[in-house]
Design a protein around this ligand. Structure first.
Ligand code: FAD
Length: 477
């Protein structure tokens, strides 16, 4: 192992690259946030003005973890379809992306990072004028007996996805247990069903999809049970049991044992901010980096952070939250790259929109759940309606439930949750726009949404919910 000692601009890597005339931007993390930032900065400034060096400790750059459930499930045939831009493609755009290289220290006072080549073990310092932190999030891996047994898988990276596919190809048994019933858990349940497995989902919460209120989560549970999935709710895994061959054979909870030839973990993530914390950068209550509107790390003029490693402002509650989603990471990267490239852009915050599905059941939410509104000290009313995806008389109209929260007296929209079949999920986007615009539910009822029988009833389900919510607000004034 060698440690390069260079701290100047000319000692950027093993062997150094000679003094560069312009500034150097260093990026830590080679996926959505980091490489969006690098790419956008490169669009604004050529290599003579801005040198860009990016470090990624994994095997892949700019890949879609979001696509892993569909690749594992067989909807996406090839891993490489999930790679938006390879390291070679980044390098062809004059971004010096160093793969399998981990940044192990940020020296804020010295304006440099220390990196380690994971293959050779060589370490070296690289100086920066501007730094972007896009280190993402770390999957939670509960410390349980047997958790590291062969056959237990996370699904965070393409390597994880390949390892899971290898296990599926190598096991004759057909029992799968998914631990966790958030959106990754339910998407992986679908993937395993598509692969012909008998799936059990073990979930700590009362209902699946804790991003919904329990009454809406119950509908998801009923639908999942209808798909043949065994739902074990309100149960914590106590142990992963192994057979004589050392491989997983079952998952145990306090109440029972569930046979498993393969186990998939989907129990959430935490911001990957150990590096930032050690460097003395500010973290929030959820462990994510704190930034200003320009995604600049608070108190640091030349350091930006984005994606799963930061906390975001919830525009509805006014509180900081950690919401690890690719849609935010890409936008953060765009904003950071614009600013690091000499332009100006801001990321105002989020309203908490998310959409997912399990088989043909679509699940969507935006804004606050009841418990979020209570926590934020807001008084609210709720309205839940049943409607259909198309005009009732049109073929294949399918049922849809919309729940809406509005502020007591003012009628300001606070949140929407939708569970239904084809066409249900993306309807939440109308509500996300209304939330962003600060609309009241009464104002929403007059929205000029498109209508024809194949697309919706004459009153779109979101508008039906808004009408009902507006009536409740009026009655309680
Ligand atoms: C199975 C699954 C499904 C998902 N589905 C959706 C979806 O449908 N919609 C949605 O919006 N989001 C989804 N997401 C979330 C989305 O993938 C993430 O929010 C997004 O990838 C975050 O991007 P990021 O760049 O912040 O972090 P990451 O994608 O985690 O990238 C961070 C990178 O930094 C690297 N790194 C970390 N520390 C270091 C270091 N010290 N040195 C060098 N490199 C380092 C890591 O190796 C990693 O490649 C899904 C995630 C998973 C796992």
């Amino acid at each position: 192992m060698s440690i390069g000692t260079g701290t100047g601009m000319g000692m950027s890597g093993a062997g150094g690259t000679g003094r560069h005339a312009g500034e150097r931007l260093v990026v830590v993390g080679g996926d959505a946030a980091g490489m969006s930032a690098a790419s956008q900065a490169r669009r604004l400034k050529g290599p003579a003005e801005l040198e860009i060096v990016a470090f990624e400790r994994g095997h892949f750059s700019s890949f879609s973890a979001c696509g892993i459930p569909y690749w594992v499930g067989g909807d996406v045939s090839d891993r490489d379809l999930l790679i938006a831009r390879t390291p070679e493609e980044h390098r062809a755009r004059d971004i010096d992306l160093r793969m399998r290289t981990e940044v192990t220290e940020i020296d804020v006072a010295g304006g440099r990072v220390r990196a380690r080549d994971l293959d050779s073990g060589a370490q070296y310092w690289t100086a920066y004028d501007k730094l972007v932190i896009g280190t993402g999030a770390r999957p939670i891996r509960p410390e349980l007996p047997g958790i590291d047994a062969p056959g237990v898988h996370g699904v965070q990276t393409l390597d994880d996805g390949q390892a899971l596919l290898d296990t599926l190809a190598g096991t004759r048994g057909r029992h799968a247990v998914v631990v966790g019933a958030g959106y990754i858990g339910v998407e992986m349940a679908e993937a395993l069903i598509n692969r012909g497995y008998e799936v059990t989902v073990v979930n700590r919460g009362r209902e699946p999809m804790s991003t919904l209120d329990p009454d809406m989560g119950r509908m998801v549970r009923t639908a999942m049970e209808g798909l043949g999935i065994t739902m074990v709710n309100g149960a914590a895994v106590t142990e992963v049991l192994t057979g004589d061959d050392g491989r997983v054979r079952a998952v145990a909870t306090e109440d029972g044992e569930y046979p498993a030839d393969v186990v998939v973990l989907g129990v959430g993530v935490r911001p990957e901010t150990g590096l930032a914390e050690a460097a003395g950068l500010p973290l929030g209550a959820h462990g994510g980096l704190l930034t200003d509107l320009a995604m600049r790390v608070r108190g640091h003029e030349n350091i930006w952070a984005g994606g799963d490693c930061v906390e975001v402002l919830d525009l509805v509650s006014g509180r900081e939250r950690h919401i690890p989603l690719g849609t935010h990471a890409n936008k953060h990267g765009q904003v950071i790259g614009t600013n690091a490239g000499g332009g100006y852009a801001t990321f105002p915050g989020v309203v908490g929109t998310a959409v997912s599905k399990v088989c043909d059941l679509e699940i969507a939410r935006t804004g606050l759940r009841e418990k979020d509104a209570l926590r934020a000290g807001l008084r609210f009313v709720t309205a839940t309606i049943e409607s259909t995806s198309r005009a009732g008389y049109y073929p294949d109209a399918s049922p849809m439930t919309v729940k809406m929260l509005a502020e007591h007296r003012t009628g300001r929209l606070l949140g929407v949750q939708i569970v239904g079949r084809e066409g249900a999920g993306k309807r939440v986007d109308v509500a996300a726009v209304a939330l962003t615009a600060g609309m009241t539910v009464e104002r929403m009822t007059a929205l000029d949404l498109g209508y024809a029988p194949p697309f919706s009833p004459v009153w779109d389900p979101v508008l039906v919910a808004a009408r009902k919510a507006a009536r409740v607000v009026e009655q309680q004034r």
